[in-house]
Design a protein around this ligand. Structure first.
Ligand code: SAM
Length: 176
C-alpha cells in the first residue's frame, strides 16, 4: 500500500512545529511522503534531513497547486481520504479504505478549503471529537496498516547514518 499525506492550510509563522510532526509521524508510521500545500523550505529541509540521518525513502516537498496534485493522484487510480472530525467514523469505512492500493491522506491546519469535502473520496473522522492532525494521522495509519496485516512499528528504514538499538535503559544509537 502506498500512502502519501497532503498537508493543507499550513501557516509558516505558526504551524512549523506541528507540520514537521505531521511529516515525522507519517514517515515513522509507514507513509511514503508528504506534500505541503505551502511554501516552507524550513519544514521541508528538516524532514529531508531526518530521512538522510535515519533512513528510509520518505519524501517531503512543497506543491504550488494542491488541486492539481489531487487531480494527478486520482487520474492514476489513487483515492483520497480527508481526515476531519465531521466525517464518517473510521471504523465504519475501514473495510473499504483498507482495500485501496494508493491513498492520499489530507490533513488540515486551522481550517481547510471547503471544496476538499467534495473532492475527497472519503471524509473520515478518527472519532467524532476535535483533537489533532498528528493524533488523527497516527491512529489512521496504525489502523489501516493493522487492517492489512502490516505492522508499521517494526518497519525498517535502510540507508540512514544512524540506527537506534532498543534498550531497557539509556540511549543506544549506532552509526551504520
Ligand atoms: N476547527 C478546525 C476545522 O474546521 O477543521 C479543526 C482543525 S484541527 C486542529 C486540524 C486538523 O486535525 C483537521 O483539519 C483534521 O485533519 C484533523 N483532525 C482533528 N480532529 C480530528 C478528528 N476527530 N478526526 C479526524 N481528523 C481530525
Amino acid at each position: 500500500m502506498n500512502i502519501i499525506i497532503l498537508r493543507l492550510g499550513h501557516r509558516p509563522e505558526r504551524d512549523q512545529r506541528v507540520t514537521t510532526h505531521v511529516g515525522l509521524t507519517a514517515r515513522a508510521m509507514g507513509a511514503g511522503g508528504m506534500l505541503l500545500a505551502s511554501n516552507d523550505k524550513g519544514v521541508i529541509h528538516s524532514l529531508n534531513e531526518v530521512v538522510q540521518r535515519w533512513g528510509g525513502n520518505f519524501f517531503a516537498r512543497s506543491v504550488d497547486s494542491w488541486k492539481q496534485e489531487v487531480h494527478n493522484w486520482k487520474e492514476v487510480g489513487g483515492r483520497v481520504v480527508h481526515l476531519t472530525m465531521y466525517g464518517q467514523n473510521l471504523p465504519d469505512v475501514m473495510d473499504d479504505i483498507s482495500k485501496e492500493e494508493n491513498l492520499m491522506v489530507v490533513v488540515g491546519a486551522q481550517k481547510v478549503p471547503p471544496d476538499i469535502y467534495q473532492i475527497a473520496d472519503w471524509n473520515v473522522a478518527v472519532g467524532s471529537q476535535p483533537h489533532s492532525e498528528i493524533a488523527a494521522l497516527a491512529v489512521f495509519l496504525d489502523r489501516v496498516n493493522a487492517a492489512r496485516g502490516t505492522e508499521p512499528l517494526t518497519k525498517e528504514f535502510p540507508g540512514g547514518k544512524l540506527k537506534i538499538v532498543p534498550h531497557e535503559q539509556g540511549k543506544v544509537v549506532k552509526e551504520v
